[in-house]
Design a protein around this ligand. Structure first.
Ligand SMILES: [Fe+2]
Length: 259
């Protein structure tokens, strides 16, 4: 894959996004959110790739995967008006299907087509899948890290900013009450990623997002997490109980060891 291919994909993607633009302000905000997210995930993946000193051809492939990773979000929102896969459709699977149906990748080598399609299909799996092809697993890890780093940004801006400016589909419909579940917090202590099925309150969701730190793969990703102060900024939006502050200390220690 060459820079020319990537330039073609960028133009294609931009036109694809535009085809979902809406005159409804709320819908447009939600579509814009995903277009901006894609652009930021691309920037993140470039920073991680550079931090890992990847070759130029791997960097271009990584950027293409970031560009397409959430392509399923656009038809998902158009049809269901939500980004919640559990009540609509798996957006990774849908994205892979679109890439095939639209034949966007057809000029690439078959191995590259497979790599991009698999990375898009599996970027949102609960855990990194065990596949035989190690190069595919590597790129899945890259895009998962770049994606998480931007999802942290989106939610922290949501916690910190004025609510009226935010895209409505961020809210998830969870009760924003002081309670949190011990069950979710205990995942942080066990260094496990919490499952979305355990989430009952918005605070649980913040804890779940912190648990993603245990699923980060690369040193440059831990550096970006730390530079952007995502742990403290999330913790400051949770009840300041002793058990939460302790969890924050062990998270920070975990990150410090990986930088
Ligand atoms: Fe996604």
């Amino acid at each position: 894959m060459k820079q020319d291919d990537l330039d073609f994909f960028k133009k294609w993607f931009s036109d694809y996004c535009k085809s979902f633009y809406s005159s409804d302000i709320e819908d447009q905000k939600n579509i814009h959110l995903k277009e901006q997210h894609t652009s930021d995930v691309r920037e993140n993946i470039i920073r991680i790739a550079d931090g890992l000193s990847l070759s130029n051809s791997m960097r271009i492939l990584a950027e293409a995967i970031a560009l397409f990773h959430d392509i399923g979000r656009f038809p998902q929102y158009a049809k269901y008006k939500t980004f919640r896969d559990s009540i609509s459709v798996n957006h990774g699977l849908l994205g892979a299907r679109i890439l095939l149906e639209e034949k966007i990748l057809q000029n690439l080598a078959e191995s590259e087509q497979e790599l991009i399609i698999q990375a898009v299909r599996l970027h949102n799996a609960f855990a990194v899948p065990k596949l035989e092809k190690k190069d595919i697993v590597f790129f899945i890890k890259l895009v998962r890290d770049a994606d998480k780093l931007d999802i942290w940004r989106i939610f922290i801006e949501y916690y910190e900013g004025p609510r009226q400016d935010t895209a409505s589909a961020i809210g998830l419909g969870l009760p924003d009450i002081p309670e949190y579940s011990g069950d979710v917090l205990s995942c942080l202590y066990r260094k496990e990623v919490a499952s979305l099925s355990k989430i009952k309150t918005f605070n649980d969701f913040k804890l779940l997002q912190l648990s993603w730190i245990y699923d980060l793969n690369f040193k440059p990703s831990f550096r970006l997490l730390s530079e952007r102060d995502y742990i403290d900024r999330t913790i400051s939006k949770l009840p300041q109980t002793e058990e939460i502050l302790n969890a924050s200390l062990s998270l920070k220690e975990f990150v410090r060891r990986r930088i």
